[in-house]
Write a protein that binds this ligand. Structure first.
Ligand SMILES: C[S@@+](CC[C@H](N)C(=O)[O-])C[C@H]1O[C@@H](n2cnc3c(N)ncnc32)[C@H](O)[C@@H]1O
Length: 457
């Protein structure tokens, strides 16, 4: 089981709006003498240390980086961006880099190999960074052929994961998927329709020099061309937008809550989807945000306030069978189960997950997902809607959970995700169940199934 406790969310180039990408033309000069690449030795050492800590795979990479930045406050915004990008780059291509740099390569060797081959730095960029011996070694890495690689090595996935995905898709699709997963994610915003409309937010962002365009799938989405720091942007502070992957926004549209309804976001976390549901309800009715993590729910509270939502009720539960849950049996118009999962659909943002997850962790997740879905289903009133969603790519966590649920609960029938989205003007070919993939939709990987409790059930 992977550890998920975090020292805090990082502000890394890999994840959030709050770190601007390193601007190559203006590389950091903030930590000592500058070398051929415009990188100081000291900064390179920092990146090596951060990578070494991340490669222990004891905690999520974002949490480790966050801690590293807290412990090294002298690092400027660009330095942090540089370190985060380098670490995420290595994590994405770890198997390939180990092929090139050797199975026993140290974090420093992996970083050097990443810059030489992944980023394509010419040798002059390493001047001042490496010794003469390292320089010879690097020249050999630059010329090296990775040799015969297995499919899993070529797509930079662990063997077990490549094998499972190959049971769901052919080799060509796996290669395309892995390619999509190995690219950094864009930064998407969701406009809070309670406060603003998309065109107005877009115009204001553009006027402020932020390159942005309307999202292609969600009518509430804006996609940014880069990753500017937005934490202090007036439109963020006044709740006009939140950061939310465009694919994730489609899940809220599948729930499709209406004014005045009683809605339950069963696994609300820090409220990414709660905020969207609350706005769709126009801040009316009652929206319960359940979660077992008080830390995550605590993060939801300031976000609710910023978004201007007064209909959200965060509720800490001990587990899915908590008495606080049971009180709502048969009462909810809509229930969303955004289930805890392996998160393998988010490898663009969390590339360490592929190395930290395991078959045993999947098994544990599957048991939890089935139990949560069954418990959440009890809250749905006759005629009400239940949405099961994950950001996993694995059939065990997706179709298998829903198939087993439907088989055991004849009182529920599946609704077509395609029809629900079509009726809201969302143009995406998805089928009965929503399946979003990075290489097809340029979103994180998401799965969702929509079910309705029969009126007589
Ligand atoms: C995928 S995350 C939710 C993300 C969130 N919906 C969002 O959009 O930001 C899954 C959440 O399920 C919570 N969780 C885990 N076990 C749970 C349980 N038994 N009942 C309710 N929530 C649970 C986790 O704490 C985690 O916050």
């Amino acid at each position: 089981m992977t550890k998920t406790s975090k020292p805090g969310r990082p502000r890394t180039a890999g994840r959030t709006a709050t770190t601007g990408r390193t601007d190559r033309a203006a590389r950091p000069q903030e930590a000592g003498a500058v070398t051929g690449a415009g990188i100081s030795r000291q900064l390179f050492i920092q990146a090596t240390q951060a990578l070494g800590a991340v490669l222990a795979f004891e905690y999520p990479a974002d949490a480790v980086l966050s801690r590293h930045f807290r412990d090294n406050r002298e690092l400027g915004h660009r330095d942090r961006g540089f370190i985060a990008e380098a670490v995420y780059g290595v994590l994405r291509r770890l198997r390939w880099l180990r092929r090139l740099a050797g199975a026993e390569a140290t974090p420093r060797m992996l970083l050097l190999a990443w810059f030489a081959r992944g980023e394509g730095w010419p040798m002059r960029n390493f001047e001042g960074l490496v010794s003469a011996t390292e320089s010879d070694w690097l020249a050999s890495v630059k010329a090296a052929d990775a040799g015969e690689m297995s499919l899993a090595e070529r797509v930079d996935l662990p063997d077990w994961l490549a094998e499972r995905l190959l049971q769901q898709m052919d080799e060509a699709e796996l290669v395309a998927l892995a390619h999509g997963l190995n690219r950094p994610a864009p930064l998407d915003l969701r406009v809070n329709l309670l406060k603003a409309d998309r065109d107005a937010v877009l115009a204001q962002l553009q006027a402020g020099g932020v390159a942005a365009e309307p999202g292609r799938l969600s009518p509430q989405a804006i996609r940014l061309a880069a990753k500017p720091a937005l934490q202090k942007h007036p439109l963020f502070l006044d709740g006009s937008f939140e950061v939310q992957d465009e694919g994730s926004q489609l899940l809220g549209l599948l729930v499709q809550p209406r004014r005045g309804e009683l809605v339950v976001d069963f696994c609300a976390g820090a409220g990414g989807k709660t905020l969207q549901l609350g706005a769709l309800m126009r801040s009316t009715g009652r929206l319960y945000a359940f979660d077992v993590s008080d830390k995550r729910l605590a993060k939801l509270k300031p976000r609710m306030a910023r978004a201007g939502l007064s209909n959200v009720h965060p509720v800490l539960i001990a587990h899915e069978a908590d008495a606080k849950v049971k009180r709502l049996a048969g009462k909810a118009d809509r229930v969303l189960v955004d289930a805890p999962c392996t998160g393998l659909g988010t490898l663009r943002r969390n590339p360490d997950l592929k190395w930290r997850q395991s078959p045993a962790a999947v098994e544990e997740m599957v048991a939890k997902q089935g139990a949560i879905l069954a418990a959440a289903a009890r809250l749905v009133r006759p005629g009400g809607r239940l949405v099961y969603a994950t950001c996993s790519l694995l059939a065990e966590e997706n179709d298998a959970i829903v198939d087993a649920f439907l088989a055991a609960h004849p009182g529920f029938a599946q609704l077509s995700a395609q029809d629900i989205l079509d009726k809201q003007g969302v143009v995406v070919a998805t089928g009965e169940r929503l399946r979003l993939m990075p290489h097809v939709h340029d979103t994180d990987g998401f799965f969702a199934a929509v079910m309705e409790r029969r009126a007589e059930a």
